[in-house]
Design a protein around this ligand. Sequence first.
Ligand code: UD1
Length: 422
Amino acid sequence: MEKLVIRGGRPLSGTVSISGAKNAAVAILPAALMAHGPSVIENLPDIEDVHLLADIFTRMGAHVEFEGESMRVDPNGMVNPRADFSQVSRLRASYYLLGAMLGRFGHAEVALPGGCDIGLRPIDLHIKGMEALGAVTRKEGGILYASAPNGLRGADIYLDFASVGATINIMLAAAQAEGLTEISNAAKEPHVVDVANFLNCLGASVKGAGTDVIRIRGSKHLSGRSYAIIPDQIEAGTYMIAAAAAGGDVVIRNVIPTHLEAVTAKLMEMGFQVTEGDNGSEFFMRVVSDGKRPRSVNIKTLPYPGFPTDLQQPIMSLLARGRGTSEVVENIFEDRYKQVPNLCRMGADISVNGRVATVKGTEELSGCPVAATDLRAGAALVIAGLMARGTTTIDHVEYIDRGYAHIEAKLRSLGADIERLP
Ligand code: UD1
């Protein structure tokens, strides 16, 4: 197990480049298994979840090759739609193997998903969607078995909650079903649109992604293609918050500014200077901060285009130094405040009551040993460490590595005093 050691108080300056979107990658890679031929997925982030998926695919008989930030996935040798339990149970997005395998083979066996412990995270809406498409499912010994002996058929599916995972999973299965599927109250997150674009490249017809009604006409003849995934809006937002927190002047390259509107608006409300630009080949965001205490603001997490739950934890570290009291309401997950005890150890004054956290700003945080409990809680502690006086040691870096490529190298290039220790 490795640790990050951060000696705080240094402003950040320079340019950082954002990697491909984790949440798009973990859906688009399984989608590549549905094609009858190889695909090359470009702009992949170098993170644990991607490497885990590559391993799972190999064990299923697919051929996988990395070249820099690209992965060539050739599903032709794949005969086994059964994903290895020990690996799949470590990965939240393993549920996408269900939709992808069910459509391709007519049956699938997937261990119930693991990933970050931030609440109950049921997958009933995924299962309801698969059943509406004609699958029969049962859970036994931590494994979900699904089969559709007569093939999948398009259906009208209403989601009780605009779940990102369920929307994408149903899109994957429906892209191989016979006839038309309509998903109502669909999630509108950027990676839903990215997966739809990839499915369209493969030969399916997906219309309406990015709105709350998506129509999918399936095809049994999907072909492999090359596709570059979008930049990671959460990684970009995390570096924007880090720049604001540590103080300095940072340009965040390879971003899609419209995906960052909620975090941009909040940082500006807090008093930071945030501008977007276009250097001719890519868009960038620039965050300028004098490192002083920000204005306190209230945050409510909401489905896209609202403030993303994945940035609630990182921005809380910044609010901890606010010049007043902030109220944070977490509307997506019921237990996503595991960063709070660690931030309080560093001197923050935060109390949690159900889904509401009250953050009373303090003059400064001080470094101490803390531990990441989940991916975004880990990011929150890194940001707190950059702001804090003294040394912060963060245990369980493996959580952070699940979603942030080369975090210490990227921060070091901006001038942070951060190192990884075994
Ligand atoms: C995805 C993202 C995650 C992000 C979240 C919300 C991936 C791999 N992960 O997670 O980073 O924080 O979207 O933007 O893309 N729910 C149900 N039943 C279901 C499915 C979900 O009740 O079948 C509930 C969940 O418990 C949660 C809420 O719906 O309270 C949102 O979940 P969902 O949008 O599905 O998130 P994930 O796909 O798990």
